[in-house]
Design a protein around this ligand. Structure first.
Ligand SMILES: Cc1cc2nc3c(=O)[nH]c(=O)nc-3n(C[C@H](O)[C@H](O)[C@H](O)COP(=O)(O)O)c2cc1C
Length: 362
């Protein structure tokens, strides 16, 4: 085949037969993930506090993905209500994300089990063995986050059924390592459970590359936060559409004696004030006006309620506009079904191109 011929062949629209073959291959690549989740596509909507409620979660599940309710600080009765309301909007599977340090974790687990939730995601630290046991005995599956290979192995020994590895590109609370590195560190060594990748994903062809490295699916947050069905304030979504990748920055820590939990969010006035707030607290600590504990608490309290202010009230200047670096690829507010359709199409086209390249090479 001539060079010119290959060029044309690689850019031509896929034929029906090529598309079907590529979709079959995609179904095989993420088959373990779709089977585990009970979905058409192995695409999870990462839980996002205030954002991942009945509307967004049901929209993701109805579009063939896997929506996850963010329990956050909800009380058990409130969570029960949210699960019920979500179920009224979809008959497809969805999960619930619980924060391990929630003081009523055991009750929240019971609420999920009583409601027949099939998958519980435990986030925010190493999950307690008792919670894992209770979930499994209750007939549901446990998904946990692993920021390193040793921890992944430990979590599997503890009984978790699937892992999410989330790179530092992600929005919200993050670890220090990028998905590119985590994937290489973890994916080749974990075969016993499905592993879902997260952080910085905005295109199906990129997700495909992780499936080819051994991932069973992907989790996205930022793209879905800006979706039409997301209840996030119009100003929150507008900020996403306007932002470039480099606008999604990590929180600044001024003094290592006063650790700041790393969070990725759009840089704004609140972020700048957080730096001067820390400087002021440190000055008062050094002057003997504050104990170390009181100083640490003052720093931690700065962001209390800030995500809600941004998501619900639309205060994108003072609030915490949590967003991943993939925010630069959010070009408009789109329905969830379109976002998922595009992801699947991009993966499919990439597989068609791959096949054509192989055919051209003989
Ligand atoms: C606004 C926002 C809020 C989030 N809140 C949570 C949360 O409450 N619990 C959690 O486990 N992850 C949370 N995340 C992380 C997402 O579940 C998901 O893993 C992440 O967004 C994936 O990376 P991406 O943003 O690059 O797509 C949040 C992310 C965003 C953007």
């Amino acid at each position: 085949m001539s060079e010119q011929h290959i060029k044309v062949a690689l850019t031509d629209a896929p034929t029906e037969a090529e598309r079907n073959a590529a979709r079959k291959r995609l179904d095989a690549l993420w088959g373990r993930g779709t089977e585990f989740l009970g979905t058409e596509y192995a695409i999870l909507g990462g839980a996002m506090s205030w954002v991942s409620e009945r509307n967004l979660v049901s929209a993701i599940s109805n579009a063939g993905g896997f929506g996850v309710i963010a329990c956050g600080a909800m009380e058990p009765a409130r969570l029960a209500e949210e699960i019920k309301a979500t179920r009224a909007l979809t008959d497809r599977p969805f999960g619930v994300n619980l924060i391990t340090m929630h003081p009523q974790l055991d009750e929240l687990v019971q609420v999920c089990l009583d409601a027949g939730v099939g998958h519980i995601v435990l986030a925010g630290g190493i999950p307690p063995g008792a919670a894992i046991k209770a979930i499994k005995e209750g007939g549901a599956k446990v998904i946990a986050f692993s920021p390193a290979l040793v921890l992944a192995k430990r979590l599997i020994k503890m009984g978790v059924d699937a892992l999410v590895i989330e790179g530092a590109e992600a929005g919200g609370h993050i670890g220090p390592v990028s998905l590119t590195v985590l994937a290489q560190e973890i994916l080749p060594h974990i075969q016993s459970v499905p592993v879902f990748v997260a952080g910085g994903l905005a295109r199906g062809d990129a997700l495909l590359s992780y499936l080819e490295l051994g991932a069973s699916g992907g989790q996205l947050g930022t793209l879905f936060a800006a979706a039409e069905e997301s209840i996030a304030h119009e100003k929150f979504k507008k900020a996403f559409v306007r932002a470039a990748a480099r606008d999604a920055v990590t929180s600044v820590q001024l003094d290592e004696r006063f650790p700041v939990i790393p969070v990725r969010a759009l840089g704004n006035e609140g972020g700048r004030q957080f730096v001067s707030h820390q400087a002021d607290v440190i000055r008062r600590f050094q002057a003997g006006e504050l104990t170390r504990e009181a100083a640490q608490l003052e720093i931690e309290h700065f962001w209390a309620g800030a995500l809600r202010r941004a998501v619900i009230d639309g205060d994108v200047e003072q609030g915490s506009v949590m967003a991943g670096q993939s925010v630069g690829m959010v070009k408009s507010v789109q329905p969830v079904a379109q976002i998922i359709k595009d992801l699947v199409e991009q993966a499919t086209v990439a597989l068609v191109r791959q096949q054509r390249r192989m055919d051209a090479d003989g």
